[in-house]
Design a protein around this ligand. Structure first.
Ligand code: 13P
Ligand code: SF4
Length: 317
């Protein structure tokens, strides 16, 4: 008997009985992605969480994402298969550290990447994700100072894209993306000189990728800095035979499904997020059977955090 088919059927039946929607991030294991109702990047999943009619959201992703779903849908039950699925990037700043940073820059606008806790979002003016960070920064008047947190590589990317020098960046990083290094990138490009290149802006190699593109070492028209959702859009229409992908390797599953004719290769095949992979098939089933772990956000914190997330969602509508 096909164990995975039986597992998927049980998951789907339990979800239907409870009027639950299953949302999965692009970095989830392939089995989890395939059983979900929707797979997407953090912005798409936030929008889906805000719009769903389901009573329960089963969030297959990391804790800050499930928390964002709860912030947007406070009357819904939001379950994460394990609350232990954290994020090393979100852990680089807490609310006390942010309050101290704000005190050093009175009047600055605080832009928080969604990879932050609810308490940090509550101290922020507006959130952003990797797919809208540039637009969010551009929504702030040019003469207003910006505190951008917590990812320094994404911060460097928005500084480059907007040409603004009044952006202060928190020195946080995602251990998975920071480990996709310039030497991994050069090695992959040397082995695949005709390939196209997709780089997530959280990567340690994103600055080198752009530098190589601007110096002509690698063709600029084949170098793209993209969020996970942006990578999927690009994959659907690419005519390249090979695409080198610099992000967490769970992404390859959706890219290969989107365009089976192209060979998508990881720049660093070890780039796997252990927090994302904590959502196992067993825990998914347990979440549906037992309702563990339900995500709660203190109402006053949620109200402030919601304002920051909703300002982001309104941009680009
Ligand atoms: P996006 O889904 O916004 O591209 O984010 C990537 C990420 O690292 C989430 O953990
Ligand atoms: Fe956090 Fe990095 Fe994992 Fe994304 S890949 S959840 S940023 S640790």
């Amino acid at each position: 008997p096909d164990v995975s088919a039986a597992w998927a059927q049980e998951v789907r039946e339990l979800a239907a009985e409870q009027n639950a929607v299953i949302l999965a991030h692009n970095y989830q294991a392939p089995m989890i992605q395939d059983v979900a109702d929707h797979v997407g990047d953090s912005l798409a999943l936030s929008r889906l969480a805000a719009a769903t009619d389901a009573e329960t959201i089963i969030f297959a992703g990391v804790h800050f994402m499930a928390e964002t779903a709860k912030i947007l849908s406070p009357d819904k039950r939001v379950i994460i298969p394990t609350a232990a699925a954290g994020c090393s990037l979100a852990d680089t700043i807490d609310a006390d550290q942010l309050r101290a940073w704000k005190a050093e820059h009175p009047g600055a606008a605080v832009i928080a990447y969604v990879n932050t806790t609810a308490e940090v979002k509550a101290e922020s003016d507006i959130c952003c994700t990797s797919s809208n960070a540039v637009e969010v920064v551009e929504s702030v008047p040019p003469d207003t100072e910006i505190l951008f947190l917590p990812d320094m590589f994404l911060g460097a990317h928005v500084r480059r894209q907007t040409g603004r020098s009044n952006i202060h960046t928190w020195l946080g990083e995602c251990h998975v993306h920071a480990d996709i290094s310039p030497s991994d990138l050069v090695g992959a490009m040397t082995r695949n000189p005709d390939a196209e290149l997709y780089v997530h802006p959280e990567c340690g190699c994103s600055t080198s990728a752009l530098w190589m593109a601007s110096s002509g070492e690698f063709p600029a028209d084949r170098t793209h800095i993209l969020s996970t959702g942006g990578m999927l859009d690009a994959a659907r229409s690419t005519s390249s035979q090979t695409v080198l992908v610099a992000t967490e390797i769970g992404m390859l599953h959706q890219l290969r499904k989107a365009n089976p004719g192209t060979d998508f290769r990881a720049v660093n095949p070890q780039a796997s997020c252990r927090f994302m992979k904590m959502i196992t098939p067993e825990l998914m089933l347990q979440a549906l059977r037992t309702g563990r772990d339900e995500v709660q956000v203190e109402p006053a914190i949620a109200a402030h955090a919601r304002a920051a997330v909703e300002r982001m969602i309104a941009i680009g509508k």
